[in-house]
Design a binder for this molecule. Sequence first.
Ligand code: NAG
Ligand code: NAG
Ligand code: NAG
Ligand code: NAG
Ligand code: NAG
Ligand code: NAG
Ligand code: ZN
Length: 445
Amino acid sequence: MHLHLLLSVLASATAVLAHKHHSRDLVLSDNDTSPLVKRDVQAGGACGTQANNAVCAAGLCCSDTGVCGTGGGFCTAPACQLSAGPACDGNQTPAGADTSNVPRPLFGSIPYGVDISHCSVNGKVAITFDDGPYLYTAALLDILKNNNVTATFFVVGNNGAKGMINNPATGYPATLRRMIADGHQIGSHTWSHQDLSLITAQQRRDQIVKNEIALNDVLGVIPTYLRPPYTHWTQDGLNDLKSFGYHVLNYDIDTRDWQGDYNVAETTYSTILSQHSPSSSSWISLEHDIYNTTVHMFAQYIIDAARRLNYQLVTVGECLGDPASNWYRNTTTGQPVDMNVLRANVANGGSSNGSGSTGTSTSTLTQASTTSTRSTASKTTTHTLLATALAVNGNTGANTTTTKARTSTAASATASSTSKSGGTRSVVGAGMGVAVVALIFAAFL
Ligand SMILES: *[C@@H]1O[C@H](CO)[C@@H](O)[C@H](O)[C@H]1NC(C)=O
Ligand SMILES: *[C@@H]1O[C@H](CO)[C@@H](O)[C@H](O)[C@H]1NC(C)=O
Ligand SMILES: *[C@@H]1O[C@H](CO)[C@@H](O)[C@H](O)[C@H]1NC(C)=O
Ligand SMILES: *[C@@H]1O[C@H](CO)[C@@H](O)[C@H](O)[C@H]1NC(C)=O
Ligand SMILES: *[C@@H]1O[C@H](CO)[C@@H](O)[C@H](O)[C@H]1NC(C)=O
Ligand SMILES: *[C@@H]1O[C@H](CO)[C@@H](O)[C@H](O)[C@H]1NC(C)=O
Ligand SMILES: [Zn+2]
C-alpha cells in the first residue's frame, strides 16, 4: 500500500470522526424578523421515535427531538422524522406531472445501478457540486462562466427548508435553467437528502420520483445521473436506481470542503492531481455549492489548480465519454433527449409543454440566460436579504440538531485502489459520504 494511500485513509477516517463530533447546523434565530425566514413554531405534542412513533397532525413536522411543529427547526430534512411528520420537507410533494410511469430503457454505454467512482477519459477533472441550488449557486454560475468552465450539479429538491426547487418564488427554477443554458450537467441528489439506506422502500422511491417531478416541471426532462446522499446505499437501493434508469455517481476526490478547512481541501485536491499524470488519469471531485467560501474562494482554486496541472475541466458525462443527450431522459418517450429541444426549453423559460409552474419566472430566466449582468442584478435583492439574515443570526438561536442519520459513516470509510491501463490510483474518500446538509432555516416562501 502506498504511503499516500495510507495517509489518505487515515485522513479520511479522521474526517469522518471530526464530522461526527463537530458538525453543527447553522440555525437562524427564532426572533429573526426577516420576512424570508420561516420561523419555528412549536405546536406541542410528542412524536416519532421518542413517542411510540406517534404521528403529528396534518401540516405539522416532527423534529429530530420528537416535537411537533412548523418551520425549519422542525421540518427540515433529513432531521425531520419522515414517518411521524406529515409536513417534513421529505414528505412534501412538488407540483408537476407524475414521472413514475416514464419508460426507462437503459440507453448508452455507461452502466446503470452500479457504483461509478471514476472517470474514463484521461486528462479530465469533473468538479461536482452537491446539495444545492442554494443562496450562492447563481454566483457560482457567474464564476464558472467567467472561467469558461462546465461542472456538474447534483441538486436536492427540497432540503434545509429552502423551498421546493420548482417554486418560482425561490428563484431556483431560473438557476436550474441557466445551468443547462451554460452547458453544465444536472444530476439528481434526491428530493430531500435522506440516507437511502435508512428509509423504507416506498420512501426511497418517493425520494427519487419527487425530484424528477420537480426537475421535469422546470426543465421538461429528468436526469439519468444520481448521487445518493452521503453516497450511502443498500443493494435494494441500487436495484431501485437501476430500475429508474440511473447511473450512480460516486467520486474519487473528496475535498471535504464542508468541514470548512480550505487549506486541507486545497491540499487534498492538488496533491492527488499532482501525483498523477493527466495522460493516464481522470477524476471526479466532490464539492458543495451551499457554502459561501466554496463558491467565492475554493471554486476558483480548483479551476486554477486543475489547469495548472494540465487537466481539462468537464462535466461528469463528458469525463465518462457519455454524449449529452444521454444525461437526461425524455419524459414522453423515455429515450435520450434532443439537446436542441432541451436548450430551447430553458431558453424559453418553460418546460417541454411550455406550461406548469415555470411560467412566472420567465422574465428572471430571460435575464439570466441572455445578459449575465442583468442576471446578477436580478438576484441581488434576495441574496442580500438572506445574506443579511445569515450574518445577523447565523451563530445564535435555535437548537443545534444532530445528524443522527450519520452514525454509520466510519464503517463505510474504506478506501480501495483500482488499477486501470496507465497506472494505479488511490481512491480518497469514496463511499464515505459526507453529511452536508445546510440546515440554514431560511425559507423563501
Ligand atoms: C428546541 O428546544 C426547545 C427547548 O428544549 C424545545 O421546546 C423546542 O421544541 C426545540 N425545537 C426543536 C425544533 O426541536
Ligand atoms: C472555452 O472552452 C471550450 C471547451 O473547452 C473551448 O473550445 C473554447 O475555446 C474556450 N473558450 C475560451 C474563450 O477560452
Ligand atoms: C421528447 O420526445 C417527443 C416525442 O418524440 C418530442 O416531441 C420532444 O421534442 C422530445 N423532447 C426532448 C426534450 O427531447
Ligand atoms: C405540462 O403542463 C402541465 C399542466 O400545467 C404540468 O403539470 C406538467 O408538469 C407539464 N409537463 C411537462 C413535461 O412539463
Ligand atoms: C460570501 O463571501 C463573499 C466574499 O468573501 C462576501 O463578500 C459575502 O459577504 C459572503 N456572504 C455571506 C452571506 O457570508
Ligand atoms: C433576539 O431577541 C433578543 C431579546 O430581545 C435579543 O437580545 C437578540 O439580539 C435577538 N436576536 C436577534 C438575532 O435579533
Ligand atoms: Zn449531499
